[in-house]
Structure formats: C-alpha cells, structure tokens
Design a protein around this ligand. Structure first.
Ligand code: G6P
Length: 489
C-alpha cells in the first residue's frame, strides 16, 4: 500500500464529526413540471438517524458522491449541514462503483450468489476513489475529530485516514454482510482491504457473525491478533462489535397512520378486486433479494390451485438499481420472464395475478402498499439487515399482517414473530406463503405486536447514538492523551 504523507492540519477547522458514505444524502427533485431541478436532502435513511446526535450542525460535515454527473462539485451547506461532494470521472464510476464495489465486493459478500469478478483496473479505481474520500476528510476534520465511515465502497478509507491523521477517532460500519474468511480470502487484495478496515478504532457489523468473521479473517491473515472482543495490531486496539441497524420508526409509523393513507390502501385493494389476500414484495431489483424465489413459489401455488387467481394477488415493487452491471441486466430479464409466464398462464381479463412495478415509488404510495398488504415477503438469499421488513412492521398499527422472512436476512435475528424461511427451499417458502395467507388475526396479532415492539425499541437514532457513543468512549480511552497518536495502519 502506498503510504501517504501526514496532512498538514489547519487550525481553523471546526468540524468535529464527519460522516463519510459513498452517497451524499441528497437527491434531485423537480418540484414543478417543466420547472428547474433542485437538490434536497433525502428524507429518512442515515441522515435522519444522525439527526439526534447532531447537537451542533455547524460542527458536522458529510463527505460523499452526489450520485449524478450533474451534481454539485463544490462544498455547500444545506439545512445547516456541510455537504462535501466527491466527484467521480466516468472511468472511476465504472471501476470503483460498478466494478470493484458492485461487481466484486457486493456478490462476494453476499455468498457469491452471482460470481465475483476480480479485475486489477477496477481495484486501481477503487483505491483512487478511496484515497480521494480520505483526502477530503483529512482536509475537513478538526483536530481530534470523530469520523464515521460507511460501507463496502470505502473500506480503504480508515487506513488511509489513520496514516494521514492519527489524531482522529475513526469508526467504520458495514451495512452489508461480512463473509466467512474462506470467501474473503479469494480477493487478490485481501490484505490491503483488511488493513484498510483495521485503520479504524471501531469496526461495526450488522450481526455478531459479521463481527466474528472479520476478527477471524484478520487473525488468519496475520494482520492482527484476537484479544477477547477486540483485535490487537501493532499495539493498537481495534474494537469489533455488532450494531444491528434500525429504521426511523416515527417516519413510517406516523407516515402510515394518516387518513389519506388508509383511504389509499383501501383503494389499492378495491382496484385489485378486493382479493382474499394481497402479498407484497418491495426491493431494489437485486439478485440478493430472492424476488425470483417468491415468484416461482407463487407460480407453483397457482398451478397446484392452492392459491386461486383473483383470490390471492402478488404485488412486486422492484426499484431499478445498478442497471449497467451484467448480473442486474440478467436478473431483470429473469424476473420479467417469470412475471410474464405467471400472468400468461393464470390471468383472467382485468385480473392479472402479479402486479409488477419496475419503478421507485414515492413514500405515500409505499405506505399505502404496506397498509394494503396482508403478507409481506422478504426472501433474500443474503442481506445485511433488510429494512423493508422493519418498515412493514412499523406501519402495522392494528398488528395485523404476516411477515415471511428469510433466515439469511440480518433482520431475522430480531424479528422472530415472522414466518422464517430458507429461500433456497422452494417447498418451505410455498408452505410459509400458504400458512401466512391462512393465518388468523388471533395468531398474527401477538406476533406482529412483539415485532413492532422490537422495531420501535431499536430505532435508527438509537443505533447511531450507540455506535457514536462507543466510538467516542474508545477515542477518549487512549493511554497517550485524549486520542491515540499512532499513525500505524
Ligand atoms: C445497500 C448498500 C448501500 C447502497 C444501497 C443502494 O443498501 O449497503 O451502501 O447505497 O444498497 O445501492 P446503490 O448502489 O444505489 O448506492
């Protein structure tokens, strides 16, 4: 790894918390048809999780990619928050985002459901982009600031930053699963990527398995030794823990509990012909999500007449995603083919069994869909957490509704009131769907109530508070003054 020179620190820097994520929390909207586009801070997500921990927005900054070639290129302030855009060239977008992040790491971290490709020029781009992120943070963060780096696109950032700015307290959180070391070790750049993460003081994962996979990997590569719940590298301590992420519960709970949403949900069911049951899936169109599994299960159930067309309707919202990456193009065709087959084989005029929406839906529409669905299908082959499962639960005020949930989603650790399925077992998925449709409200209510209680307790801001308070405690624990001074990565 090329070692950067420590950055000269400017004494006028005042930002003492920097969030670093691949995407800035902004999106482009067009308030009036034919009117100009505007950038707004995306509602929900990480930014709302951070809100309660931002005692002073003036001392906070967010470094990220605007997600659009026409996005802002210079730092700007929005809603009191300093946003620092990282621009990517077309070639960097291909190598860093589409290539190394989503063609190598994403499939590999998700059990290689699709093959992971290893290309040196992708990794070069990944390195370059990670370096740019780290440089911008190093130029922004005040002396002894806290930096929180997010996700697999930026795994080299903690290491680069530590070398440049040993005064910083650095946290890293991985939103997706961390694979077993047997899989990770296939990556030609495994040492550099692991060393990058070991640059952090605290490395957080969605589940205890992720944390232990990482600790065992670091030890097996001889990059650190395990010492209880921490790792030791060249005398420096790295804390490794799980922090299961939550949702902004209020947003979903109050968002769904409005008369207009109740009306819209009833209108959805009306338009569907008031079926006996509405099954719903809401996902990014991603091969990890098991959209094809539930479609195949549904098709067989129709063929076996366990579900009758018109009586049970399936709605699948599949938000377009990463649509230049080959595996996503193939998935889109596969899913469209299945939807076509099901509707071709079982539709009557005006009553298609599957309603497939390959578009992103706005918040209110999503709320009315959640409210209209009797059964929510969340069947990923592997998923870090899966927030859709939690969102559905948060909108079910009357405690009706059944969640069918894959055991390979992080959410399955918490949401044990769901019908837990193995998405590789089609018969098991079919049995769960039948059971979900037949479940009485008396059985469903206590299950949903217990899940709702868990989702409400572990909300997003609590997650952010707990990660940051651990990180700050760790930062204050250094034997050499308030912060560690070692630049050793
Ligand atoms: C997952 C990842 C995020 C990513 C999101 C959307 O949730 O953990 O880091 O931002 O998917 O994917 P995209 O490629 O559109 O950013």
């Amino acid at each position: 790894m090329d070692t950067p020179r420590p950055t000269e620190r400017r004494s006028d820097l005042t930002v003492d918390l920097v969030v670093v994520a691949n995407r800035l929390p902004i999106r482009r909207v067009q308030p009036e048809e034919d009117g100009p586009h505007e950038w707004i801070v995306s509602p929900g997500g990480l930014v709302s999780a951070m809100a309660p921990v931002l005692a002073d927005r003036n001392r906070f900054a967010w470094v990220g990619w605007p997600g659009d070639a026409d996005g802002p290129t210079e730092p700007f302030t929005h809603d009191g928050m300093r946003l620092i855009p990282v621009s990517l060239s077309a070639e960097e977008y291909e190598c860093h985002y589409e290539g190394m992040s989503n063609g190598t790491l994403w499939p590999l971290y998700h059990d290689k459901i699709e093959p992971a490709e290893f290309h040196r020029h992708w990794y070069d781009g990944y390195r370059r982009v990670n370096r740019r992120f780290a440089d911008l943070v190093a130029e922004t963060a005040a002396e002894n600031a806290t930096v929180w780096v997010h996700d697999y696109q930026l795994q080299l950032v903690p290491g680069y930053l530590r070398a440049q700015r040993p005064d910083l307290t650095i946290g890293f959180f991985l939103h997706i699963p961390f694979p077993p070391s047997e899989l990770f070790r296939q990556i030609p750049w495994r040492n550099e990527l692991t060393t990058g993460l070991l640059g952090a003081d605290l490395v957080g994962f969605q589940t205890p398995e992720g944390a232990s996979n990482f600790a065992r990997l670091a030890e097996s590569l001889d990059l650190a030794t395990i010492d209880g719940e921490t790792l030791n590298r060249n005398g420096r301590t790295i804390h490794v823990r799980s922090f299961p992420i939550g949702i902004d519960v209020d947003r979903y709970s109050t968002g769904a509990d409005r008369p207009e949403i109740t009306e819209r949900a009833a209108a959805v069911r009306e338009r569907l012909g008031n079926p006996k049951a509405v099954l719903l899936g809401v996902d990014r169109l991603d091969y990890t999500k098991g959209i094809d599994v539930r479609l195949r299960a549904f098709k067989e159930l129709l063929a076996e007449e366990k579900f009758l067309p018109g009586e049970v309707i399936l709605i699948q919202v599949a938000e377009p995603s990463r649509d230049n990456v080959d595996a996503y193009v193939a998935l889109k065709e596969r899913v469209q083919g299945l939807v076509g087959e099901i509707n071709g084989d079982f539709a009557r005029v005006g009553v298609p069994p599957v309603h497939y929406i390959h578009q992103s839906r706005d918040f209110d529409e999503l709320m009315s869909l959640y409210r209209s669905a009797d059964v929510m299908m969340v069947t990923p082959f592997r998923d870090g957490m899966n927030l859709v499962a939690k969102e559905y639960v948060a909108t079910r005020h009357d405690d009706t509704g059944v969640l069918v949930l894959s055991e390979f989603a992080g959410a399955a650790h918490e949401l044990d009131g769901a019908l837990i399925v193995n998405p590789y077992d089609i018969d098991g998925v079919k049995a769960a769907l039948v059971r979900a449709v037949q479940m009485t409200d008396e059985e469903a209510r206590p299950r949903m109530a217990a899940m709702r209680e868990k989702v409400e307790r572990n909300h997003a801001s609590r997650w952010a508070e707990s990660f940051l308070s651990d990180l700050r405690d760790i930062g204050g624990q250094s034997p050499v003054g308030p912060r560690k001074r070692s630049a050793t990565v």
